[in-house]
Design a protein around this ligand. Structure first.
Ligand code: IMP
Length: 432
């Protein structure tokens, strides 16, 4: 009864999409459990680059069924345009291949407007959100005034709910943020149209997955964002509003604890972050430019959703050990090792220092990292381009040493290493 959960161990953008894509070759179901279209998963298949924000990237495999769980917040416009884009690229999407939980929440233009107004009002202290309405939608969910997907099944009530929701939004927009109100009727009409198109996909994801797991099917839970953006366990308040950690998979899909399987953590060979918040190993100079890339390629470090240049830095094992602990990670995948090619030396932060004391682990969670200075281990780099490598033995010894060193320092095996954007650019790491 295997349930494998793929989680990001950093601030998102670890390359989970391609790991999911790889593992979903053997999966029967691929399930998104948190976040919304703030995520961006890029999968490259031959000439085609699929950028998906909402629908699990596993859908690209013809035999997998994609599901979107109750923990996800859904912008119906994004959902429908992704269905269209997949169709246009020859990927079949129908209610037999995609199910959306009745209990997922809907994002509306009201939530988008509130996200923008809130960020503007914060000025210098803004979170740097993706402006996709994520925070306000989860806020409504928690305050028990959200709009669930199941409401699309009763159009008269749906229209009434939308009307009340937009009145509440307009009150906030005008009175709290002193901005223009939204015009309700076109939004309501649009959402009624969306409802007609989305209704066939609505179902009981929890029940579907329960039966699937009971009958020995393989389920892959696909996390969005990363552990350090988790609402409870991340760099609060510079976090997202959902639970990207492994526990979030159970909560966001309605699966009980105790399912066999792995928690696969994905880490880049270095560190990136979009938006504000602490980042102890951040670099700014020429090193940053090399880690980030020029932006000319889809795999360079520019946000898939927002296009913003990502902040970059050296791999931080203090944070990786933390992510391993809070998720129960028992296998790691390292992505983008090829980006480190050509550096004279590569650095790994293995501990922090503060007031003369050394911390291999966080003393009190990651919210306030300002007292810490990173302590680096330096390793010799490698000059060779490694994109063409397909076998472990093909990698330069210095690159092998880097991977082995990280695994040893975090005490979790690294099973896979990716060395380029293509599906085939993946190397299995041999284990005795
Ligand atoms: P929100 O999720 O749009 O509310 O943004 C909250 C924080 O999470 C911001 O720092 C975003 O940049 C970050 N964030 C949200 N989604 C992603 C993602 O998929 N990758 C990386 N960062 C993300």
């Amino acid at each position: 009864m295997p349930l494998d959960i793929i989680i990001g161990t950093q601030w998102g953008d670890e390359g989970k999409g391609r790991v999911v894509d790889l593992l979903s070759r053997q999966a029967d179901y691929v399930a998104r459990y948190n976040g919304g279209d703030n995520a961006g998963h890029t999968v490259t298949v031959g000439e085609k680059v699929f950028k998906l924000h909402l629908i699990p990237s596993g859908i690209i495999h013809p035999q997998t069924i994609a599901v979107i769980g109750n923990g996800v917040v859904i912008n119906p416009q994004t959902l429908l345009s992704e269905i269209e884009m997949l169709h246009a690229n020859g990927v079949e999407v129908n209610p037999q291949r995609l199910m959306i939980s009745y209990a997922a929440h809907l994002i509306t233009p009201g939530h988008l407007a509130l996200d923008k107004a809130q960020e503007m009002s914060l000025g210098n202290t803004k979170i740097g959100t993706t402006l996709r309405g994520i925070g306000p939608t989860y806020t409504d969910k928690v305050s028990r005034s959200g709009i669930r997907v199941e409401q699309m099944l009763d159009l008269a009530r749906f229209a009434d709910t939308l009307q009340k929701h937009l009145e509440a939004v307009n009150q906030k927009l005008t009175q709290l943020f002193h901005t223009d109100p939204l015009e309700s009727s076109p939004i309501i009409q649009q959402y009624l149209d969306y409802a007609q198109l989305i209704r066939p996909y609505i179902g009981d994801v929890s029940s579907l997955l329960h039966e699937a797991l009971k009958s020995g099917k393989k389920v892959l839970a696909e996390g969005a964002q990363g552990s350090l953006l988790d609402l409870d366990h991340g760099t609060y308040p510079f976090v997202t509003s959902s639970y990207p950690t492994a526990a979030g998979a159970l909560l966001g899909l309605g699966i009980g604890v105790g399912c066999e399987g792995r928690v696969i953590g994905v880490t880049k060979a270095f560190q990136t972050r979009v938006g504000s918040g602490p980042f102890p190993t951040e670099v700014f100079d020429e090193t940053a430019q090399r880690l980030r890339g020029s932006g000319a390629n889809p795999w360079d470090e520019y946000g898939t959703t927002t296009g913003r240049p990502r902040r970059v830095g050296w791999l931080d094992l203090v944070l990786l050990r933390y992510a391993i602990r809070i998720n129960g990670v028992n296998a790691l995948t390292m992505t983008k090792l090829d980006v480190l090619s050509g550096f004279e030396e590569v650095k790994i932060c293995n501990a922090y220092r503060s007031q003369g004391k050394t911390y291999p682990n966080l003393p009190l969670g990651p919210a306030d990292l300002s007292p810490f200075e990173p302590l680096y281990d330096s390793m010799p780099g490698w000059k060779e381009e490694i994109r063409g490598c397909r076998k472990w033995q093909d990698l330069p010894i210095a690159a092998q040493n880097f991977v082995n060193k990280v695994a040893e320092l975090v005490q979790v095996p690294i099973h896979l290493v990716s060395v380029g954007p293509e599906r085939e650019d993946v190397i299995e790491v041999p284990h005795p």
